[in-house]
Design a protein around this ligand. Structure first.
Ligand SMILES: [Fe+2]
Length: 388
């Protein structure tokens, strides 16, 4: 559907993308291109414990590496960012190479701020607070989902408050993203599926967002096409390098799409159960996507027809008002085949926790862009109940 003539938009995606098998081994070139000499590798505990990837990156960086910070956990928090930034300062780091999933990348974004600006991380919560480029940051993703390597967003948990803090700033966009399929080879099937569904949600939410725009639309639709074809293959066989590579591209395109077009209620609801009950971000999104599509159905039938068509469905006999339900059914079929859980009750969310989540979700930044206005916690609660 063409946009009308009143459309104004900005598309901003300055991150340099390097793609290909074993390109991570050339990370030193990227550090030198950024005129940096002291890189700190930032990675998560599991990756450092279970793989030799961080050590391999350190080795190929040689004299350009001043150390590894490997204390990042899932749902990284302010205290971890503080520890990493302290180490970076002590070692005189002039750039960061983050290696890992969304948590490691977002931690590195927070560290990039503290290394440049100092002060307290909480001072930079919100949108466009920073006034200058931050510490140079190269990302090597080891999952294909968050797209954080090309987004202006970092989500960092405030463990004391039990909520996720959102940092949205063009100055924290990474300088370089190295998409090396070999780096995702060891990701287990369930995590491959869950992170892949995060990317699917980014693409669909970018398409239905109130701030949707045509360049992001193109990237999101192509991402959906790639995820449909290659996520089942990557889950089935982790060593399928073609599938791994295409999933990295899909996650990257979906990331760039939502970094510009924004998200919606799926992420608002997923962030909340993630912060409260530690539900994996991709799993929460995957479970909440179908009921949210049904909720939004009457506001974006044409968009959902496009999604259906991209998912390979013949849309000739489907009316726009039926498209939301049809996409929801298609997503359920897809995630069942991927072996993913279908209910919040299966991923540790207690029924009595839904009410509080439904109130908290209304203050999540992503909900502002949902195509259908939602202001009552009772409406959110109904969606959580359907997903429970
Ligand atoms: Fe996400």
């Amino acid at each position: 559907m063409p946009y009308d003539t009143s459309l104004n938009f900005v598309f901003w995606s300055p991150t340099k993308i390097v793609f290909g098998e074993n390109t991570a081994l050339d990370v030193a070139i990227e550090v030198e291109n950024l005129k940096c000499k002291k890189a700190l590798v930032v990675t998560d505990r599991e990756l450092a414990k279970n793989t030799d990837i961080p050590e391999r990156i350190k080795k190929v960086l040689g004299n350009l590496c001043v150390g590894i910070f490997s204390d990042v956990e899932a749902d990284s928090g302010i205290h971890i960012v503080n520890q990493g930034a302290k180490l970076g300062k002590e070692l005189g780091a002039d750039c960061i190479v983050s290696v890992g999933g969304g948590s490691a990348i977002d931690t590195a974004k927070g560290m990039a701020i503290l290394l440049k600006e100092g002060g307290k991380l909480q001072d930079y919560v919100g949108f466009q607070i920073l006034t200058r480029p931050q510490t140079p940051h190269i990302v090597i993703p080891t999952t294909a989902g968050t797209g954080s390597e090309v987004t202006y967003i970092a989500v960092i948990k405030d463990h004391e408050e039990g909520r996720k803090l959102l940092f949205g700033d063009y100055n924290i966009l990474p300088n370089v993203a190295i998409l090396d399929p070999k780096m995702t080879e060891g990701l287990p099937p369930r995590l491959t599926a869950a992170t892949g569904m995060d990317a699917m949600c980014h693409a669909i939410e970018a398409l239905h967002s109130l701030q949707k725009e045509p360049i992001a639309d193109g990237m999101a639709l192509h991402a959906i096409k790639l995820i449909k074809e290659f996520l089942p293959r990557a889950v089935q066989n982790g060593k399928d390098m073609l599938a791994r590579g295409q999933m990295l591209i899909a996650a990257n395109m979906a990331g760039a799409a939502f970094s510009n077009a924004q998200l919606g209620m799926v992420h608002a609801l997923a962030h909340t159960v993630g912060a409260k009950f530690k539900v994996h971000h991709g799993l929460a999104n995957s479970i909440l996507l179908p009921p949210c599509l049904k909720y939004n159905a009457d506001a974006c039938g044409d968009v959902y027809l496009d999604v259906l068509s991209t998912l390979g469905v013949n849309i000739k006999r489907i009316r726009p008002e039926e498209a939301g339900s049809a996409v929801a059914e298609k997503i359920i079929e897809f995630t069942k085949k991927l072996g993913l859980p279908q209910r919040l009750r299966e991923v540790g969310v207690p029924e009595e926790g839904l009410k509080e989540c439904s109130e908290l979700a209304l203050s999540d930044g992503a909900i502002v862009y949902n195509p259908k206005f939602i202001s009552e916690s009772t409406e959110v609660l109904k969606i959580y109940q359907q997903a429970w």
